[in-house]
Design a protein around this ligand. Sequence first.
Ligand SMILES: [Zn+2]
Length: 265
Amino acid sequence: MSSLPPAPSLLAPDEPPAFEVVNPDGRSSAVLLCDHASNVVPRRLARLGLYGDELSQHIGWDIGAARLSRRLSTLLDAPLVLSGYSRLVIDCNRPPGSPTSIPQISGGVPIPGNAIDAAEAEARADACFWPYHRAAAALLDARRERGKSTAVLCVHSFTPSLLGEDRPWHVAVLYGRDRRLAGPFLEALRREPVLCVGDNQPYYVTDGGDYSIPVHGEARGLPCVLLEIRQDGLIRDEDVEAWAQRLARIYREIEAALLPGAGGA
Ligand SMILES: [Zn+2]
């Protein structure tokens, strides 16, 4: 009896990598993470059985978040790590094995391709989750070795309406144990009269429901915050630019007080 052939890798050699690192040597104290940057699904997963436009909607990715992150990376001269695959393949901001890591229903939409066993879930984590987080960890390790001041900013976007409920916030500042960045971000954003600002709304950060803030920020003792922009504010290029300019300006103000001498660019 011959042994079984090796299981085919989830990602074919010509498919995109699980992560992208932009400007790794950026001089800013900010390190940007974009957990939900992409809506790509590995070919072998056959669109997860979704044949409408679901993958281009908010359940597939954070609309506009990658564009905003890239612009912010340029304005701040900050390193940025982006995930390469859809959150519906495996969510890069959920602990693997947690109930929403590989959701069978998302935003009310059934995901047929996500009725899978533990081995398949592990294969997705190995292909799409761990490489992204290893890249983020390596970047943060390298900065620690160089003694570089660092704060972690996770950039997300949220849908204006979920399951029939409208969200009034234009921007949300989310945090867990560490308010060193969140507090000043809330203060600065609230000074802008046109903005409705969510304070840990519509979500908040938890160890069970989040990964990047607890692991890359809190566990390392780094100031960290999760910023969410409502997606209708990230459709037009000029709106993305306005958000990037605003967040970069606010971060520089905060940085000067929080991490004296850390100013990079
Ligand atoms: Zn997100």
